[in-house]
Design a binder for this molecule. Structure first.
Ligand code: GTP
Ligand code: SPV
Ligand code: MN
Length: 588
């Protein structure tokens, strides 16, 4: 039975049902008993495998269709009326053309299935940041993941009332034909249509589709920012907590930094870290002139491989109950494993495709992009501010990527506009796990290349314009945990040790840390980064190398940035062109 009298919702759900022809429309409430019945149904039809209730209570396993294990950027579209508004970095199709194509695919796709109506909120319901959406889907897997990742529940109807102000989302698994897979966004209609995929970033529409691609458009219109950023609270020994946001490209360390455990010497002094978010931040100017952030999500959709008691115990702990594991290794005792969890790969286990797996075969058991969907509340270091409707005030914004050379461990931009420049040129080198040439540099502005829902140069202009709305703006930094020596070994131990660079960031924010001014920005001197307790791993010489700004390397960088900027033609904001010109003058 419909849970609302909102005629905008009712009419639209009816139109989608007429098109997809489900046997039944199920209006979900988000109540636990209902979700439990859905879990049972998914286990009965083989969609989910129930894991060991003693060791992993409330946890489930899912094998994806092997053709559906990651986002599909080539099939992701921004469908605005004018092609120019989508910009050179997005795929575009005219709204009518895309809808006609999709109509054929959706038509009758739910015959013999149910269509679930998922009501959800991004951010705390009723808060100033909250935005409401509905995802209509034929996939119980999607429903159960949305129940973890968003604030799902019938209360959405109360908050929405009769308003038409909600994000529409239609999703069908259809027949999982990858040639008919579409991840389509209609920003002018607040509409998301996805089909033939059940993978996270494609099908859990609250995440990248809504909270980034649609929300970046809303933020531009309403004067705020929707960003691919973690939010971390850092507590100093005096009890003061400073909040920072950081944007790193996919699989470049956001979840890890968001759940950082301070090195022992810091812990002993009383340093603590608090997770507010690990992937997405919505940022608004507050009445006090600062920039305030919330994490609009309610769970973590984290990369499993590499997550261990050593690298990220807080993430691992978050997956111990109420979690859905997708495409990891399934052990005979109903628990899970993945590469990098420990050095004891299981025998008699099943790989991500569901086949018996021999760890000696040299083939990976877990898919490199296998994931866990875990409730944020499980995280041992979840911030007490996680559910604060006002969010947290941000002191620093940190950009970063994987760079074997050129980019120092940490540096500070010279101004807000220069910080926007630093974000606009950030890039990352491909790892062996991704397709393409290893080491190939991909510019990924603000880590938003696949997620900005409009013209990237207009997005940079929006960033520049935001400065006028924030009296006391965060300072902007760049980090690089991935600099290597000539044998490709990481020079910096990373993970918890990254707090040492963050301590310098905090010191720059409160005026207590020193730096040298260089043409790329303010860089710490070696003595400005604390190495106490790390002397065996990082020598003063190594630290100097990590902080070195080499004009010869930057000359190549400038040439590459020029090629990157050329794609944006005369849309490129003048302030950014000026920053590049200044760098060019320096490298000669
Ligand atoms: P998405 O969920 O795709 O947006 O990824 P993410 O940015 O949250 O990345 P995540 O934290 O899951 O890290 C991805 C990979 O980077 C893992 O294999 C980590 O082990 C590795 N990594 C994270 N932090 C560091 C670090 O400080 N140093 C090094 N060397 N590797 C790191
Ligand atoms: C990313 O790719 O940045 C992710 C995973 O966080 S997904 O939700 O699939 O986009
Ligand atoms: Mn992400």
């Amino acid at each position: 039975m419909a849970l609302t009298t909102n005629k905008h919702v009712l009419d639209w759900v009816q139109r989608c049902a007429d098109l997809c022809k489900p046997d039944e429309v199920v209006w979900l409430t988000g109540d636990e008993a209902e979700l439990e019945a859905l879990r049972k149904e998914a286990v009965a039809d083989g969609t989910l495998i129930k894991l060991n209730e003693e060791k992993l209570p409330g946890c489930y396993y899912h094998h994806s269709n092997p053709n559906d294990v990651a986002r599909v950027e080539g099939r992701t579209f921004i469908c605005c009326r004018n092609e120019a508004d989508a910009g050179p970095t997005n795929n575009w199709m005219a709204p009518d053309e895309m809808k006609a194509k999709l109509r054929d695919i959706y038509k009758g796709s739910m015959i013999g299935r149910k269509m679930y109506v998922v009501p959800y909120s991004m951010s705390v319901m009723g808060s100033p940041f909250a935005k409401y959406g509905f995802e209509l889907t034929d996939s119980i897997y999607v429903v159960l993941n949305m129940a973890i990742m968003t604030r799902m529940g019938k209360e959405v109807y109360d908050h929405l009332g009769d308003s038409p102000d909600f994000i529409k989302g239609l999703h069908s698994s259809a027949d999982m034909d990858p040639d008919k897979r579409y991840i389509a966004h209609f920003p002018e209609e607040n509409y998301i249509m996805t089909v033939n995929s059940a993978y996270g970033g494609n099908a859990l529409q609250g995440k990248k589709c809504f909270a980034l691609r649609i929300a970046s458009n809303l933020g531009r219109a309403e004067g705020w920012l929707a960003e691919h950023m973690l939010i971390l609270g850092i507590e100093k020994p005096n009890g003061e907590i400073t909040y920072v946001c950081a944007a790193f490209p996919s699989a470049c360390g956001k979840t890890n930094l968001a759940m950082l455990i301070p090195p022992e010497v810091y812990r002993k002094k009383g340093w603590k870290c608090w997770t507010v978010g690990d992937d997405i931040a919505w940022l608004r100017p507050g009445p006090d002139g600062r920039l305030w952030a919330v994490n609009p999500e309610n769970g973590f959709f984290g990369v499993a491989p590499g997550t261990s008691m050593k690298s990220n115990p807080n993430a691992l702990e978050s997956t111990k109950k109420g979690t859905i594991f997708t495409n990891v290794v399934l052990k005979p005792d109903g628990t899970v494993w993945w590469e990098g969890m420990d050095k004891n790969p299981p025998t008699d286990a099943v790989d991500w495709k569901g086949n018996p797996w021999d760890p000696a075969s040299g083939v990976k058991g877990a898919h490199p992009n296998s994931r866990f969907t875990a409730p944020a509340k499980n995280c041992p270091c979840i911030s007490p501010k996680f559910d604060d409707p006002q969010g947290v005030p941000i002191s620093a914004i940190i950009f970063g990527g994987r760079r074997a050379g050129t980019v120092p461990l940490v540096y500070q931009s010279k101004s807000w506009a220069h910080g926007v420049f630093v974000g606009s040129v950030m890039g990352s080198e491909k790892t062996a796990a991704a397709e393409g040439q290893v080491g190939e540099l991909r510019r990924d502005p603000m880590a938003m290349l696949p997620f900005c829902g409009y013209h990237m140069a207009d997005y940079w202009q929006h960033w520049l314009d935001m400065e006028k709305k924030i009296a006391d703006p965060p300072k902007i930094f760049n980090v690089n945990w991935f600099r290597t020596d000539d044998k490709s070994n990481f020079l910096w131990p990373g993970f918890g040790e990254n707090l040492r660079a963050l301590e310098w960031v905090l010191g720059r924010c409160d005026g207590t840390a020193d730096a040298v001014e260089t043409p790329i920005g303010y860089v710490p001197k070696a003595e400005d980064i604390c190495l106490e307790g790390l002397e065996d791993e990082v020598s003063p010489e190594t630290l100097k190398e990590l902080l070195r700004v080499d004009p010869a390397q930057w000359k190549g960088e400038v040439a590459d940035i020029k090629a990157h900027y050329a794609k944006f033609g005369d849309k490129l904001p003048q302030e950014l062109a000026d920053c590049l010109a200044a760098l060019e003058k320096w490298v000669g």
